[in-house]
Design a protein around this ligand. Structure first.
Ligand SMILES: Cc1cc2nc3c(=O)[nH]c(=O)nc-3n(C[C@H](O)[C@H](O)[C@H](O)COP(=O)(O)O)c2cc1C
Length: 170
């Protein structure tokens, strides 16, 4: 269960958006235009259970998300979902993981304070005794050129999704 974002946490001018989260209903998010640059030389790491609930994260993850570790552990990973990300990107991620494939891609994440940050993520299965027990994502600093390419692609995908389904079911 994810709470709506709280205006007191968002210091910059913002717009409101409503996300339709898979299996979780809707979440109101507050989004500013501010982007926080990915810190040089750092990896941002998180681990989830098989449903995408965060079980571990490193200190870079905590710092960049703006949430406390207590708020993050036990929360759905979609706590970072940004409304500029098309559903298709995450469908591909989940399809790849469930088909035993690694997913690599560019993700625009939403911080607790309404700002965003871009990452290049590699997401893999965690297998123990032959059984998938969860997933891990290791994120690196993306190049600016790739971020701009991804932003253009995602904008187009999002427009197609909205045209197909103006009030999306996910
Ligand atoms: C290991 C792992 C890491 C993930 N990292 C992110 C992330 O950084 N940002 C994000 O928006 N979604 C991430 N996701 C995908 C979310 O679980 C979720 O699918 C996505 O936010 C879209 O929300 P929805 O599936 O409810 O539509 C991750 C999933 C896994 C398994």
């Amino acid at each position: 269960m994810l709470h709506d974002m709280n205006p007191v946490d968002v210091p910059m001018p913002y717009r409101e958006a409503t996300l339709n989260l898979y299996g979780l209903g809707t979440r109101k998010v507050l989004v500013s235009d501010h982007e926080v640059p990915y810190p040089d030389g750092r990896l941002i790491v998180s681990t989830t259970d098989t449903r995408g609930v965060i079980t571990h994260c490193n200190s870079s993850f905590v710092e960049m998300s703006g949430y406390t570790r207590e708020e993050l552990i036990g929360a759905e990973h979609s706590i970072l979902r940004h409304p500029d990300m098309p559903a298709a990107a995450f469908e591909e991620l989940w399809n790849d993981l469930r088909a035993d494939r690694i997913w690599r891609g560019y993700v625009k994440n939403l911080r607790k304070d309404g700002a965003c940050y871009w990452v290049y993520a590699t997401v893999i299965q965690n297998v123990r005794y032959g059984e998938v027990v969860g997933y891990s994502s290791v994120r690196r600093k993306p190049s600016r050129r790739k971020v701009e390419e991804a932003a253009r692609r995602y904008e187009q995908l999002l427009a197609e999704e909205k045209a197909r389904c103006p009030t999306p079911i996910r």
